[in-house]
Design a protein around this ligand. Structure first.
Ligand code: GDP
Ligand code: K
Ligand code: MG
Length: 271
């Protein structure tokens, strides 16, 4: 069985540039089953038995766009051995929103901080070790365009895929949200493998339509899940999807504040 590695990231994060650099000419392009979204796969240069899949560009793993559904179905059904989450490091705050979700899928993840050439050009500094510790996953700085760091990334991704080592769950949500997730995790653990319980409990809290349509839960479980969501919404006076999204953003804002130093900050004095 070949090793499968998926590339996931926002549109314009450099996925295709990286994909081309990693696979060279050994690519095949088709469509994802049933939809006209382009599917690109290729063999990793220098490795006989490693297949790279370029997933559609997405901002979130919610079920609203075709690209999101294709990406999450691929990840949940095909179970790649590892995910390379490509992050545009010059837009790190926006890009890490998807990262917090990818880390919940129960699949080994390595984050590639791409466009590091732009970060350096602007004199910004990213403390990749601090980010890596807070997110609980490996992290490599690269420039896909200049093909810098890409070999290291490929080697680390393959090693990660072979080891099957999963990331530690970052502490993203508040204690109150964690309390709401607890009964949902108990329900999810009856229906899904342990490593995927986190993903499904968050999706249950959000009343994710695609998940509810799967029909794995009993009526009683659905009612209990609904009550957990409704109770949280009463307390926050907001809907669960927004509550979860806000907590992801808060987590990322704090993380970026403490791990990214802007070289341009001093410029504002003169403009
Ligand atoms: P995708 O939408 O994720 O497939 O992104 P693309 O690979 O199409 O890249 C989007 C744009 O970013 C293109 O203009 C690339 O040339 C550029 N790009 C990709 N990687 C880098 C990088 O490491 N540094 C810089 N400066 N530009 C990059
Ligand atoms: K761009
Ligand atoms: Mg692309």
């Amino acid at each position: 069985m070949p090793i499968k590695i998926a590339l996931a990231g926002n549109p314009n994060s450099g996925k295709t540039t990286l994909f081309n650099s990693l696979t060279g000419s050994s690519q095949y392009v088709g469509n994802w089953p049933g939809v006209t979204v382009e599917k690109k796969e290729g063999r990793l240069k220098g490795f006989k038995d490693v297949i790279i899949t370029d997933l559609p560009g997405i901002y979130s793993l919610s079920p609203y766009t075709l690209e999101e559904v294709v990406s999450r179905n691929y990840i949940l059904e095909e179970r790649p051995d590892a995910i390379i989450n490509l992050v545009d490091a010059s837009n790190i705050e926006r890009n890490l929103y998807l990262t917090t979700q990818v880390l919940e899928l129960g699949i080994p993840v390595i984050v590639a901080l791409n466009m590091i050439d732009l970060v350096n050009r602007d004199g910004d500094r990213i403390d990749a070790d601090a980010l890596s510790r807070a997110l609980g996953c490996r992290m490599v700085g690269i420039s896909a365009l200049k093909e810098e760091g890409t070999e290291t990334l490929a080697e680390q991704a393959v090693a990660l895929a072979r080891s099957g080592e999963r990331c530690e769950k970052p502490i993203v949500f508040s204690p109150r949200v964690e309390m709401a997730l607890k009964p949902l995790a108990d329900i999810a653990s009856w229906h899904y493998p342990a490593e995927r319980v986190r993903w499904y409990s968050v999706k249950l809290l959000e009343r994710d339509q695609k998940l509810l349509e799967e029909g794995k839960l009993t009526g009683e479980e659905l009612a209990a899940a609904e009550e957990a969501s409704a109770a949280l919404e009463r307390e926050y006076d907001d809907d669960c999807e927004s509550i979860i999204a806000n907590e992801r953003y808060n987590f990322i804002t704090e993380l970026v504040d403490s791990s990214v130093i802007r070289g341009r900050v001093g410029m504002s004095v003169s403009d």
